[in-house]
Design a binder for this molecule. Structure first.
Ligand SMILES: [Zn+2]
Length: 275
């Protein structure tokens, strides 16, 4: 994408033979003729069409004429013009550790100093664990189900500790998840609810979506009569930067089926969670 500030635009208007990279060309287009005023959009379109012709160095005048400029900084005809698509493809071939080294440079440190030499490797290795949830599905952990027999009251696993990463700042957020369901003939081992939490915590997340995903996937796979999920979490992007409120806790909940429709079930869930 090419960005041109309004200042650049006004400079171009005052100097019709300025080429797109700032070099001033010979006024071959003729300054004697009274030029019409073109809008900024027309000027921008004209510049874009110039860019699509890398073999010639062109500048556009206010009256729509183009004039050749003796600009040696432009690419030679044989060289391909750089495009954002090509740059992205090239980045995909760059080693992940090299990308991390570049981040270390950008934040102002030296990736070659002793303490940082192994850091890119450690970070890349940690991604497998921190973002391991992308490779898993709810079916993978809820595969073993047991007959509930006579039991049809609430099953609750409270205070499941989790660590996730905020997708807006790539900073951690952590807290506790409470998951409850009302069985419909089937139950699952309690550790499976903790594993279900891990699947959705170990990715880039927002807490609201994580709450919803855990509830929806438990409902989809186990098909209980109702599901209730509540998450309480502290976000580092709010503690260590921005408003810097260390004690603030975000609470989200998602109620499905009987928990949504039945006040008694909802009240029981909230009472047990707050105990
Ligand atoms: Zn954040």
């Amino acid at each position: 994408m090419i960005m041109i500030s309004t200042q650049d635009m006004s400079e171009m208007n005052s100097n019709p033979c300025r080429s797109i990279n700032g070099a001033v060309g010979f006024p071959l287009c003729g300054n004697e003729a009274r030029p019409e005023r073109h809008s900024a959009i027309q000027m921008f379109r004209s510049l874009l069409s110039d860019l699509r012709q890398p073999s010639r160095t062109l500048a556009t005048s206010r009256n729509g004429h183009t004039c050749e400029t003796p600009d040696r900084n432009r690419l030679a005809p044989s060289e391909p013009s750089p495009s954002p698509v090509v740059q992205l493809r090239d980045l995909s071939r760059v080693d992940s550790k090299e990308l991390v080294r570049e981040i270390l440079r950008r934040i102002g440190d030296d990736p070659d100093r002793e303490g940082l030499q192994q850091t890119p490797e450690r970070i890349v290795r940690s991604w497998k664990e921190i973002y391991g949830g992308y490779a898993q599905r709810a079916e993978d952990v809820l595969v073993t189900q047991f007959q509930a027999e006579q039991y049809d009251a609430m099953v609750l696993l409270r205070d499941i500790e989790f660590f996730s990463t905020c997708e807006h700042h790539m900073l951690p957020f952590h807290g506790k998840v409470h998951i409850a369901y009302l069985p419909n003939e089937k139950i699952v081992g309690l550790s499976k609810l903790a594993r279900l939490t891990e699947i959705y915590a170990r990715r880039l997340q927002v807490q609201e979506r994580m709450t919803y995903q855990i509830a929806m996937e438990l409902e989809r796979v186990l098909k209980p009569k109702g599901v209730a999920v509540m998450i309480e979490a502290m976000h580092q992007c709010m503690c260590s930067r921005g408003v810097r409120k260390r004690e603030s806790k975000m609470v989200t909940s998602c109620l499905l089926g009987a928990f949504k429709e039945n006040l008694a079930s909802r009240t029981e869930f909230l009472a047990l969670v707050k105990q």
